[in-house]
Design a protein. Structure first.
Length: 115
């Protein structure tokens, strides 16, 4: 099982980034996929989640209206479109796949929002 994130980087406040998470080694279309983030000195928190077929999503209140999670089961990839980024969005962003007791994490990608 492998999850590989990409797309992080340095962006100015108000800017946008699109994170991607490529999956391999498991039946991607059966898994709930999520994005978490962890800022320095803080606990890891759920940012957004999407159901296995993509019909249902949910978001942390802090990112509602700015972030969009989506998935392409044919490409075995989940995305996080981040718009109107704020300095407080600075964190390492992790991809997570879950089905029952089976849980997998990516290695994380750094997002830094700074002028």
């Amino acid at each position: 099982v492998q999850l590989v994130e990409s797309g992080g980087g340095l962006v100015q406040p108000g800017g946008s980034l699109r994170l991607s998470c490529a999956a391999s080694g498991f039946t991607f279309s059966n898994y709930l996929m999520s994005w978490y983030r962890q800022a320095p000195g803080k606990e890891r928190e759920l940012v957004a989640a999407i159901s296995s077929a993509g019909a249902s999503t949910n978001y942390a209140d802090s990112v509602k209206g700015r972030f969009t999670i989506s998935r392409d089961n044919a490409k075995r990839t989940v995305y996080l479109q981040m718009n109107s980024l704020k300095p407080e969005d600075t964190a390492v962003y992790y991809c997570n796949g879950r089905r029952g007791l089976s849980v997998s994490w990516g290695q994380g990608t750094q997002v830094t929002v700074s002028s």
